[in-house]
Write a protein that binds this ligand. Structure first.
Ligand SMILES: [Zn+2]
Length: 107
């Protein structure tokens, strides 16, 4: 995955942590949202500020690992709105979006 294949310098780490924090707060405030793709992939829409090398899937895994209530609420909302569920197989396969859920792929 891109998030683990890049060299993890202190600067990269600090940028990623700040970006993740901004995303978490924006999800909590409702200014950012989760988008579920046609095959159950996940992306974030409305992520504010500089995100550096922190891609949607990496952020999703990190928020999931920290059991973020902001993520859980945003996920439930996205599932209700789209009528779709996150597909863990799709997520594990690395399907992701670079444009807030408009297009999807593995690249
Ligand atoms: Zn990509």
């Amino acid at each position: 995955m891109p998030c683990t294949s890049i060299p993890m310098t202190d600067r990269v780490k600090a940028t990623q942590e700040a970006a993740l924090d901004r995303l978490r707060k924006a999800l909590g405030a409702g200014t950012a949202s989760v988008v579920i793709g046609p095959t159950g992939g996940i992306a974030f829409k409305g992520w504010p500020g500089e995100r550096g090398t922190l891609f949607d899937l990496c952020a999703y895994r990190k928020l999931l690992a920290s059991n973020s209530p902001e993520l859980r609420r945003a996920l439930a909302k996205a599932e209700a709105l789209s009528g779709r569920k996150v597909n863990q197989a799709t997520v594990a396969a690395g399907v992701h979006s670079h444009d807030g859920g408009a297009t999807w792929g593995k690249g």
